[in-house]
Design a protein around this ligand. Structure first.
Ligand code: NG6
Ligand code: CA
Length: 518
């Protein structure tokens, strides 16, 4: 099997190019040269949801600052059109389709990234960094159906994070509690937590029964246990004092992130290693319940207000870097885990109050879709010590490449077989390579593929619009678009360019068979 695959690989890579056995040796950084890394990862934020991107009517001055002082990417992608597989791919450098069970995770899913996986966090830990993650996780915890009253393992400490403070899954899934260093925060042992995704538990009225009491009504799904006046997916009893208050969540995450940074500060005469913080906002995922000080600030209802709130969080972190003299040598990266969605299960006026704001910018469809809007998301990079501000990059970039690019940046040897689909694209990340990756897979149940500007969408059905959706049927042999000349993927060139279509199909098959970096 291996021999056959290797032969295939050699065939497809063609003359002149060699199979990548290992990364080119990274230049050893001068002492003190390695930057801190702040990876800001937002949820369901579309290309047009950030003020500096085409189509946006949302004020995000703090995020826009990253573009002004760094690089704004126009063709950067998360790996998948939903959260769990995108996060999995970014942290493991492996396309999610290679591992079963990487679809949207339940709130009681076991940890999806196995402890023996060498991750982005392991990479930076190996480089000597202090590593932390604060915010949305949605990659499972424990062995599955965890007992939340005890220490839950495995957890992010087993995949390279020294510190974690998390929302276990999503805001719309139980358990609705924070989770820090393996434990639920603020749990009263006299009021234990039980969580179930199999059957109803407890006798509290559900979101389906007590609809008139809800702070924000649901539109589809989300009608099980009510927490803080909002009904969720799944059932939960107990843990009353530990339950989060949605309105305070952005403040809580920001405070925990700043506290992590504060702990990395060297004392007088002390040396401390650089740090890596993965700051993962809940905004702008549903339920969108921003703090009262952001309500009405976007003119777009709760969805836009949640974006203003996310921007505030970014502002707090950037201010901290400024005040502590850290801005110059901190690599700040801003991204999103999938494309935009409007009605994602709650009646929060996302469609009604949209106005002329364009969440997916010029791209087609959004979250859940195989079209560009599914993964083509805002992506900004700032590192004042190394990167000139005010740049725009049209390079094809995949978040899946962050892990190996960080390895190159910090001069870490990646163990053989690790980060299998991740490429060292440090030059692209820092604005030196205007082309980027040659190709990139996009996952949304099925797989689509970009090769340069060309895009292949396989035959089958995929989501259209931003919720409520329609299903679009792509007929055999699939669709071929030129995303350069035809940004909205309107002109299917499959019949006009059958060889190009075959080239992309064959390449996708090759990548399916064998990770790209080998
Ligand atoms: C869907 C949920 C949606 C959201 C999504 C995951 C329903 C009807 N829809 O199943 O609201 O939670 O899963 O989003 O329940 S993600 O960004 O975390 O992938
Ligand atoms: Ca998401």
């Amino acid at each position: 099997m291996m021999v056959r695959l290797t032969c295939l690989l050699l065939l497809f890579t063609g003359a002149g190019s060699l199979v990548r056995a290992a990364d080119p040796p990274a230049k050893a950084p001068a002492p003190g040269e390695r930057p801190n890394i702040l990876l800001i990862y937002t949820d369901d934020v579309g290309y047009g949801d950030v003020g500096c991107y085409e189509g946006s009517k949302t004020p995000t001055p703090n995020i826009d600052r990253l573009a002004k002082e760094g690089i704004q990417f126009t063709d950067a992608h998360c790996s998948a059109a939903t959260c769990t597989p995108s996060r999995f791919a970014m942290l493991t450098g492996q396309y999610a389709f290679r591992q079963k069970g990487t679809g949207i995770a339940r709130g009681d899913a076991g940890m999806i990234i196995k402890p023996d996986t060498f991750t982005m966090a392991d990479t930076l830990k190996k480089a000597g960094y202090a590593t932390g993650v604060v915010g949305k996780w949605h990659l499972g915890l424990g062995e599955g159906e965890a007992d939340w009253n005890k220490k839950v393992t495995p957890n992010p400490a087993d995949i390279g994070f020294d510190y974690h403070f998390l929302m276990p899954a999503t805001g719309d899934r139980v358990p609705c509690v924070y989770f820090e260093q393996g434990m639920v925060v603020g749990l009263d042992p006299a009021d234990p937590i039980t969580v179930s995704y199999r059957k109803r538990i407890g006798d509290a009225p559900s979101g389906a029964e007590a609809r008139e009491t809800l702070k924000q009504d649901w539109s589809h799904g989300h009608n099980c246990t009510i927490v803080n006046g909002i009904s969720r997916i799944g059932w939960m009893t107990g843990g009353e004092k530990a339950r989060w208050v949605d309105e305070d969540m952005a403040d809580v995450f920001t405070e925990k992130a700043l506290a992590f940074l504060e702990r990395q500060k060297p004392g007088a005469g002390e040396n401390k290693p650089p740090w890596f913080l993965f700051f993962s906002t809940h905004d702008i995922h549903v339920p969108r319940i921003p703090h009262s000080r952001f309500v009405g600030k976007s003119g777009q209802g709760p969805r836009g207000d949640a974006m203003v709130q996310a921007d505030w969080c970014v502002g707090q972190l950037l201010d901290y870097l400024d005040k502590n003299g850290l801005a110059g040598n901190t690599l700040v990266i801003f991204g999103s885990d999938n494309g935009p969605v409007l009605d994602d299960g709650y009646k929060d006026d996302a469609n009604e109050k949209l106005g002329d704001h364009d969440p997916n910018g010029p791209w087609r469809a959004g979250k859940y879709s195989l079209f560009e809007g599914g993964t083509r998301t805002p992506f900004l990079v700032r590192w004042p010590a190394k990167v000139k501000g005010g740049q725009v990059s049209d390079a094809l970039f995949g978040q899946i490449d962050l892990a190996r690019s960080f390895a190159a940046l910090t001069n870490v040897d990646v163990p053989s077989g690790a980060l299998p689909d991740s490429r060292n694209e440090l030059d692209t990340l820092l604005g030196e390579d205007p082309t980027g990756r040659p190709h990139l897979v996009h996952e949304a149940k099925a797989l689509s593929l970009r090769l340069g500007k060309w895009k292949f969408v396989p035959p089958g059905k995929t989501k259209e619009h931003l919720g409520p959706w329609e299903m679009t049927a792509v007929k055999a042999p699939g669709a071929l678009y030129d995303t350069g000349a035809d940004r909205g993927e309107q002109k299917n060139l499959a019949a006009a360019k059958p060889e190009k279509l075959e080239e992309l199909k064959a390449l996708l098959q090759k990548i399916r068979n064998e990770p790209d970096s080998f």
